[in-house]
Design a protein around this ligand. Structure first.
Ligand SMILES: Nc1ncnc2c1ncn2[C@@H]1O[C@H](COP(=O)(O)OP(=O)(O)OP(=O)(O)O)[C@@H](O)[C@H]1O
Length: 245
């Protein structure tokens, strides 16, 4: 009977329950839990297994550039990033409130690294996350347009509780990309969170977008509800090159 129950659990895709049940069956009979405890343990195992699988799936689909966690983030006055700022962002409530994070600073100071650590944390907390650098973002728009699947692509983005746009401001963007960006930000406004990473200080974004009306509309959807992180310090890229030479 136990073998048949085990295979039924697997057939029903209750892998967590099946493993927990198998583990219990491998213990001596007098150590087997009572019915209520058994059910509680199996349900708990199934829940944990599903949470873990979902987290792994979100991490895989997020396409984060760096596999880093919040523990890898340096907080220091020289970086202009405090433990208190990290603690505010570690509480994913800001994602639930649909707030944004704008990370700026010069090249190599660790902006993408920080954004990816926040993205990794969001995935582990069950928040669907998507990472793009602006190049890939523009490429995907071009592909979606060519395939006639822009609406589907936008729907995929809408499902992300956290969207990370890296290297914003590095290269000029076309008018159609600006309009799609505006639409994406409108879809997310007060519903879902966005992290924007840029070498350009926020004060220069309007000039970068270079079309006053569109720039007003885009910035009005991201700046008012944003946590600002202005990283300082030398390039960590140079530091790691020096260390390895
Ligand atoms: N806190 C950190 N500890 C150790 N290494 C770090 C840290 N932050 C960043 N790095 C390393 O420094 C290098 C540059 O980091 P990152 O790509 O995040 O910089 P960036 O500010 O986004 O640069 P760019 O604007 O040029 O894209 C990477 O190799 C990264 O792994």
């Amino acid at each position: 009977m136990t073998t048949s129950s085990l295979s039924s659990l697997r057939e029903l895709k209750l892998a967590g329950m099946a493993s927990a049940y198998e583990a219990i069956l491998s213990t001596p009979m007098d150590k087997h839990p009572e019915a209520h405890e058994l059910i509680a343990r199996l349900v708990d195992a199934e829940r944990q297994n599903r949470t873990h699988r979902r987290m792994e799936m979100y991490l895989r689909l997020s396409k984060l550039r760096y596999a880093v966690t919040l523990q890898d983030v340096d907080c220091s006055p020289t970086r202009n990033f405090s433990k208190q700022q990290l603690s505010v962002l570690s509480d994913i409530a800001w994602i639930g409130r649909g707030e944004n994070v704008l990370i700026t600073g010069s090249t190599g100071c660790g902006k993408s690294h920080l954004a990816c650590a926040l993205g990794n944390h969001a995935c582990t907390m069950g928040q669907r996350t998507l990472y793009f650098n602006m190049n890939r973002f523009c490429e995907q728009i071009a592909v979606a347009k060519a395939e006639g699947s822009v609406i589907k692509w936008l729907d995929r983005l809408k499902k992300a509780r956290l969207l990370i746009l890296d290297d914003f401001g590095l290269q000029p963007i076309t008018h159609p990309v600006k309009l799609l960006l505006l639409q994406i930000l409108e879809d997310r406004y007060e519903r879902a969170a966005t992290i924007i990473v840029s070498q350009l200080p926020v004060g220069k974004w309007h000039e970068y977008i270079d079309e006053p009306t569109v720039a007003d509309a885009i910035l009005d959807r991201i700046i008012p509800k944003a946590h600002r992180v202005e990283l300082k310090g030398k390039s960590l890229r140079k530091r790691s090159e020096n260390l390895s030479s």
